[in-house]
Design a protein around this ligand. Sequence first.
Ligand SMILES: Cc1cc2nc3c(=O)[nH]c(=O)nc-3n(C[C@H](O)[C@H](O)[C@H](O)COP(=O)(O)O)c2cc1C
Length: 343
Amino acid sequence: MTDWLKTLSLTIPVIQAPMAGGLVTPDLAAAVSNEGALGSLASGYLSPDMLEKQVVDMQQLTDRAFQVNVFVPESRKEPDEDSVETWKNRIPFAEQAPPFSSEEEEWEDFHKKISIIMKYNVKACSFTFGIPPDEAIQALKKNGCCLIGTATVPQEAIMLEERGMDIIVLQGSEAGGHRGSFLPVSGESALGLMSLIPQAADAVTIPVIAAGGIADRRGVQAAHCLGAQGVQVGTPFLMCEECDVSETYRRELKRARGTDTRLTSLFSGKPARGIVNQWMQEQQAEEANALPYLLQNTLTKPMRKHAAREKDSGYMSLWAGQSVGMLNRPANVKSLLAELCSK
Ligand SMILES: Cc1cc2nc3c(=O)[nH]c(=O)nc-3n(C[C@H](O)[C@H](O)[C@H](O)COP(=O)(O)O)c2cc1C
């Protein structure tokens, strides 16, 4: 098995989770990389120009390795016009939403981001929501880029290894934010990390990294015992002073207990774990009828923006994992990494 720490010249087996939505700034990611862990920029919802600016800023802030995370576009079944109209009437401010992007535009955006990663020789690139096309995999590999895939079930881990990934992040059902799932399964796809790590670690030969609900050294040690070579941590970084989280979001993170989150498709059309709020409660009965990913996201964007401006947590997406109940303490990147790595 390759030593992924050596490949990326890391001293700490921790990846700061990429967190799209303007939360992870180059300042946060560079602080992580400068401590010897892997800092991550999240390119989801960023334009290629904005990503390029972040990569340039990042390279000024650190000489260490960092990664860029990219969403793999997926083909979607276009919904009928009546469903779109129904949601337009249901979602506050939906009339202000921009036009839906086409799959072609999403792929164009994907390829532009891959070109930026190659132009700046970014050391690692991670993917979520699927397997990138072969030509992108080969081009990045030729450039010496370490490739990280996201799996939520062992079958996805096997496919990602077969297609050339170097590392796999195993995302358990405890994880905050969107599920990275891309294969249909017959039963329930949301496996807890305790079951997922050993099953996936036995199924592949490349290093596996555990993500979901890990917030202190006990979680890191447990993941290691189960067969993970490292951890990817998201929600706890939201509480770090370097993270660009609004006061409203931070207040809800502080207040929430572990039982206050659930998976929902109501914000984006794809299951994601967040703190239960008014929007999720009001629309719970319509959960299964949400529009496909990105369409629902596009329609709820003005609502989320308006809520953030008004400091109204009821209509914001408050992504958080089940470790949220352990976060009621001040933190910064240095203290969080020290806690995760202490013996
Ligand atoms: C606010 C937020 C945004 C996220 N955005 C992304 C993303 O852009 N790309 C990605 O691969 N994962 C994303 N994730 C999922 C993380 O990669 C990771 O699986 C998760 O944070 C781990 O669980 P934890 O939050 O309990 O630590 C996000 C998670 C959160 C909490």
